[in-house]
Write a protein that binds this ligand. Structure first.
Ligand SMILES: [Zn+2]
Length: 466
């Protein structure tokens, strides 16, 4: 009897303890405010919250939470970010996070210190502000990590990069020049219901509206099977005209408020800033997580159509200018070099030697686009603070854009065709078709097929037999 009582008490204590443990774990898992505890208990990095609802095995078809997949609906339905402790940090890129500088020691250096400094000055920086943050030291490089501290970077001999340069992809054959090459295609912008918000929409009278998001997705869908037929493994960052990330404008209202207060901007800019945080920043960050954490390609192609200022989108200005250029990552401004995360990402990119694969790829793209499109080169203004000319002719430029900085592989960022030129507008109106048609005074392929064919030609030339 006595013994039984003790046993019963022990059982009761065990049941109570187990019960409380279960309640605690469930609360930590499901209550959003306990996210920081959840990360410690379940070992989940806070940064990955955007990709959690995205199906990990299918880069092309992210599974987005149903109630958030409709931007119109989610403008009112999406939950807001907690507002109490929100601070807008001007020493980080928008929605950027403090880098973990210790991790640079694990980044394999594919360049010597001399090559690092040469690449830095030639391609990566505009001006000399970088000298405040990066100096030569007896052991390698001394990096300023915040206003008060510095750390020594010893160049590591290991290799951390996930992408492979051409020479390391040994599965390529004469019949299948892209066999085993992993290629990410990023159709730029979102399109669809976001096209007007992202200012990638215009319409002339009763003609079909021109939407960059739709146009690049059409190119991507024509391109994918062609590259696969040549042996490539191809993934699209998006396969419909909808966002990949799960956050929408309402998530960013509090941060946008903090930003306009930080800069002393008028209150009426809050919504515009929150929208930009959604479509211009969070969306690209969500795609970069797919590229870097899920697919890890050997190279990425970012698809865009260029445009010149068109003014009122419902009464746009047409231009006679038509041209093309290609962007590689570089030309960090003084302000960008001073931001901790941007400087970290730049240093990592230089260490991994990405620029050299990028330029070699870009050269093949230049030749292919010249042959397919006959478009002339575009030139930035002389002594531009945001662009560095890379090739002699002015087809390849270095610029620091979010996608070509955050995708941690060689990125060929394409800007062919001026959408509001009379010629491209006429070609866009024809839509996609097989063969050639008389358009704007000349027999031409559909503009979408011409674009895709140029990319196939470039990649075949680059990865094909010598
Ligand atoms: Zn674009």
């Amino acid at each position: 009897m006595k013994k039984g009582l003790i046993n019963d008490s022990v059982d009761l204590v065990i049941v109570l303890v187990a019960g409380w443990m279960a309640v605690f774990l469930l609360a930590v898992y499901y209550v959003p405010q306990l996210e920081h505890v959840r990360d410690e208990v379940f070992g989940r990095p806070a940064e990955s919250q955007d990709t959690e609802s995205i199906k990990e095995d299918e880069l092309g078809k992210p599974e987005v939470a149903q109630d958030l997949s409709d931007p119109q609906q989610s403008e009112t339905a999406a939950p807001e970010v907690a507002t109490s402790s929100l601070v807008y940090r001007r020493d980080l890129a928008e929605l950027g996070e403090e880098p973990v500088w210790e991790e640079l020691d694990q980044v394999g250096a594919h360049v010597t210190v001399e090559e690092f400094l040469a690449d830095l000055e030639r391609y990566f920086v505009v001006g000399d502000r970088w000298q405040e943050f990066i100096t030569r030291s007896p052991a390698g490089l001394l990096l300023k990590t915040d206003p008060l501290s510095s750390r020594e970077l010893c160049l590591s001999e290991s290799s951390s990069r996930y992408w492979r340069p051409k020479a390391e992809i040994t599965t390529r054959t004469v019949e299948q020049p892209l066999a085993g090459v992993r290629i990410a295609i990023d159709p730029g912008h979102i399109g669809g219901k976001c096209a007007k918000m992202e200012e990638r929409w215009f319409q002339i009278d009763e003609s079909l509206p021109v939407m960059e998001g739709e146009m690049v997705l059409m190119v991507a869908q024509l391109l994918k099977p062609q590259l696969e037929a040549l042996g490539a493994e191809v993934k699209l960052t998006r396969s419909e005209n909808a966002p990949v990330g799960i956050q929408r404008t309402p998530h960013f209202m509090a941060l946008a408020q903090a930003k306009i207060e930080s800069y002393g901007w008028p209150q009426d800019r809050q919504i515009e800033q929150a929208q930009k945080m959604f479509y211009r920043t969070a969306e690209i960050r969500a795609r970069s997580r797919l590229v870097n954490e899920v697919f890890q390609p050997d190279m990425a192609v970012a698809l865009h159509f260029n445009a010149e200022a068109w003014g009122d989108p419902s009464d746009p200005q047409l231009t006679e200018n038509n041209h093309f250029h290609i962007l590689v990552n570089g030309a960090y401004t003084s302000g960008e070099v001073a931001q901790h995360d941007q400087r970290y990402e730049m240093i990592k990119r230089i260490l991994e030697g990405t620029i050299h694969e990028e330029i070699a790829l870009a050269e093949c793209f230049v030749e292919a686009f010249k042959q397919e499109t006959q478009l002339p080169a575009y030139h930035y203004e002389p002594n531009s603070k945001r662009a560095i000319q890379v090739d002699d002719e002015g087809y390849v430029w270095a610029r620091n854009l979010l996608a070509n900085r955050l995708f941690q592989c060689p990125v060929v960022f394409l800007e062919p065709y001026v959408m509001n030129s009379a010629e491209v507008h006429a070609r866009a109106q024809e839509g996609d078709y097989v063969g050639e048609r008389m358009v704007a005074g000349k027999m031409r392929k559909s503009i979408f097929r011409e674009y895709a064919d140029a990319i196939v030609r470039a990649l075949t030339e680059y990865y094909g037999p010598e």
